[in-house]
Write a protein that binds this ligand. Structure first.
Ligand code: ZN
Length: 198
């Protein structure tokens, strides 16, 4: 029997979201069309377009922000002598939620992965080297996956400078896991026990 076409265009748009399979997409599509008031649908559509158009990467650290220079980079309350290097903005949000870190960040936008053809040139690394004036410590907080390790080793090598401490957090973080899921205590321990590379 031929499958009945039901809200096909909307379903295939929703299916593009991570974790949304065909069944869920159909449920959402049905809900939007049948149950959601038109004004809510309009607000959702407007927000999607507005947010997508307005968000950019902070020119200094690479965090997703609606400002040219993000709130963290421009804050005078943060420690500008410390930069924590992370994979993406999701990592920053996770670390900020723990309230355990008060320095600045640098978002790479990915990790070096030879398998996926991602080289250092594809990542936001040049701009990190350019913002090291006055910085005392770079904390590398990439995951303990093969690409996280490769990226950390590469950064340790290129950032090596006389007055710069390069450290790596790790203790207590799940091996192969993402910092995205780390809780406050685990991150505090990981920060306290960070290892300085020689
Ligand atoms: Zn920034």
């Amino acid at each position: 029997m031929k499958e009945i076409k039901f809200l096909d265009n909307l379903v295939s748009s929703l299916e593009k979201l991570p974790g949304v399979g065909k069944k869920t997409a159909q449920r959402y599509a049905y809900y939007i069309v049948e149950k959601m008031p038109l004004e809510h649908v309009e607000t959702l559509a407007e927000e999607l377009i507005k947010t997508k158009k307005n968000m950019k990467h902070c020119q200094c650290c690479g965090i997703l922000s609606d400002l040219d220079i993000c709130e963290i980079c421009s804050s005078t309350y943060r420690n500008h002598k410390q930069i924590m290097v992370v994979r993406d903005t999701k990592d920053v949000l996770a670390i900020e939620k723990t309230g355990q870190y008060n320095g600045l960040y640098h978002v790479l936008g990915g990790l070096i992965s030879l398998l996926d053809g991602i080289s250092p040139d594809d990542l936001n690394i040049d701009s990190l080297e350019k913002r090291l004036d006055g910085v005392e410590e770079v904390i590398i907080a990439t995951s303990f996956t093969p690409s996280g390790e490769t990226t950390a080793l590469y950064l340790e090598k290129i950032l090596k400078k006389d007055h710069l401490i390069i450290s790596r957090i790790g203790y207590g973080l799940p091996a192969g896991g993402d910092i995205e899921y780390v809780d406050e205590l685990t991150l505090k321990r990981a920060l306290d026990a960070r290892k300085v590379s020689k």
